[in-house]
Write a protein that binds this ligand. Structure first.
Ligand code: BES
Ligand code: MN
Ligand code: ZN
Length: 487
């Protein structure tokens, strides 16, 4: 999408978008357009029951002066960045394939809000059409350019730099998450991360030989039944002071989760191509941070593995030794994400001694039972970290809800034959159990676990994303790093 900025004034070309607040009150740019059209806009507003509610759109085609759309901005005294995103998302949803090629936003809002209008429009316009060979012209996006009018062109241009970094990161994540598992598997995922080197990110890719040497029996056990080689990707962005402890981001990257020998049912198994959503979000966040040259030290560690059931696959009851030295009885090979993270978390804190360690994982189906598909679960051993993550999420519209840790559920993981099992054997508190398992591999570090199984993929389009990969986590992590490490 080509995005440009200019001062307020008549648009030379394109579809003009003007705004009104709740109650239908036209803002100055809308007033001017209404006057120029002989009252056509206010008349159309009335005929379409336009109330000015946030995101409501009235399309007025066939005017002598061209096509105009009126969009509702909601309550006049409450127009904020996230409200701007609802507006931008609603408008692009309406016009993306309309035949119009350029949208000109002339909303009388602050430069900050205008920036979020454009950000949302670009994020909502995301498409993944590379495998469609039969799209008809009228199904293809027509909008290729957005012009945003503002009273502060220079200020908005500066803000846009950061938004561009966000768009790059979110797009990178969505592409990774959407690609099927025959295209994105540990090696090809790692290859895409290696491309971040050109942004100044240090990228190391460890293969099975190195992982064996490190003693990562938990991670390696998951990949044992796959033809694809298990990988650990270690990315470092060094934008902060040389001696400052980094923020560590750790991602579950199961490129396909069949369940292994504890095989999943066939129905819906296709969803398990996005079981690498946590790793995808971490990779996207690293891209965003590097693109905007964040003044922070951040490491991203991804456990990349395919969970398949072949003749070499691990069996229920197998005992593996993790890098921490703790042994795990694998009762259920489908509870594999925690095995991946056990070694990735241990490795990360051992090597980097991070200030905070945050992992993201599509860990449990149970989190959708608790929180639905809009809100991600947060588990943490630190209140300050918890608050910072929750706050960051609120700021970008990626909501988190903190759930408790539980000693009782932790004890339920004790095993008769090893240091622990990877499941309890019943369904109680499934998401908390996952968190308790992970915590056994956290050694005093301030840590948080985000269970994003409900939010990484959406069965429905929202104002900020189409149906499919959401990119959840990228913006949250970017905001989090900004708040805790960039003053
Ligand atoms: N990847 C799944 C969790 C998941 C389910 C993610 C649905 C996204 C959508 C995870 O590896 C898994 O299989 N978890 C099991 C854990 C159980 C065996 C304790 C689950 O949730 O059923
Ligand atoms: Mn699983
Ligand atoms: Zn999984």
């Amino acid at each position: 999408m080509d995005v440009r900025f200019s001062g307020f004034g008549p648009a030379k070309d394109g579809l003009l978008i003007v705004g009104a607040t709740e109650g239908g009150k036209l803002l100055p740019q809308a007033e001017a357009a209404d006057k120029a059209s002989g009252g056509a806009i206010s008349a159309a507003a009335k005929r379409n029951r336009f109330t000015g509610a946030k995101g409501q759109v009235v399309d007025i085609a066939g005017l002598a002066g061209g096509r105009v759309a009126l969009v509702g901005l909601g309550k006049a005294d409450a127009i904020d960045a996230l409200g701007g995103e609802v507006v931008g998302g609603s408008v692009i949803t309406r016009f993306l394939v309309s035949g119009e090629t350029k949208l000109v936003f002339a909303l009388d809002v602050s430069a900050e809000v205008a920036g979020h209008v454009a950000l949302a429009a670009v994020l909502r316009a995301y498409r993944f059409d590379k495998y469609r060979t039969k799209l008809k012209t009228e199904q293809k996006p027509s909008v290729t350019a957005i012009e945003v009018q503002t009273a502060d062109v220079a200020g908005l241009k500066k803000l846009w730099k950061a938004h561009e970094a966000t768009i790059d990161g979110v797009t990178f994540t969505r592409d990774l998450v959407t690609e099927p598992a025959n295209i994105i598997y540990p090696q090809t995922f790692a290859d895409r991360c290696v491309a971040l080197k050109k942004l100044g990110v240090t990228v190391e890719v460890l293969g099975e030989k190195e992982l064996t040497k490190l003693g990562m029996g938990a991670l390696l056990g998951v990949g044992q039944g796959s033809r694809k080689e298990t990988k650990l990707v270690v990315m470092q962005w060094k934008g902060g002071a040389a001696k400052e402890a980094p923020i560590a981001l750790v991602g579950k990257g199961v490129t396909f989760d069949t369940g292994g020998i504890s095989l999943k049912p066939g129905d819906g198994m296709w969803d398990m191509k996005w079981d690498m959503g946590g790793a995808g979000a971490v990779a996207g966040a690293m891209m965003t941070l590097a693109t905007r040259k964040a003044k922070a030290n951040v490491v991203g560690v991804l456990g990349l593995v395919e969970n398949m059931p072949d003749g070499d696959a691990q069996r229920p009851g197998d005992i593996v030794t993790s890098m921490s030295g703790q042994t795990i009885e694998v009762w259920n090979t489908d509870a594999e994400g925690r095995l991946v993270l056990a070694d990735a978390l241990w490795y990360t804190q051992d090597r980097f001694k991070p200030k905070y360690m945050v992992n993201l994982a599509t860990l449990t189906g149970a989190i959708m039972i608790s929180l639905g598909t809009d809100i991600a679960g947060l588990f943490s051993n630190d209140d300050t970290l918890s608050a910072a993550l929750t706050e960051a999420g609120k700021g970008v519209g990626e909501e988190l809800w903190r759930l408790p840790l539980s000693e009782t559920l932790d004890r339920a993981l004790d095993s008769a034959c090893a240091d622990m099992k990877n499941i309890t054997g019943n369904r109680f508190g499934g998401s908390i159990v996952g968190a308790m398992f992970l915590q056994r591999f956290v050694n005093g570090t301030k840590w948080a676990h985000l269970d994003i199984a409900g939010v990484a993929w959406s069965g429905k389009a929202r104002h900020i994303h189409p149906e499919g990969a959401t990119g959840f986590g990228v913006r949250l992590l970017d905001r989090f790093v900004k708040s805790v490490a960039e003053g």
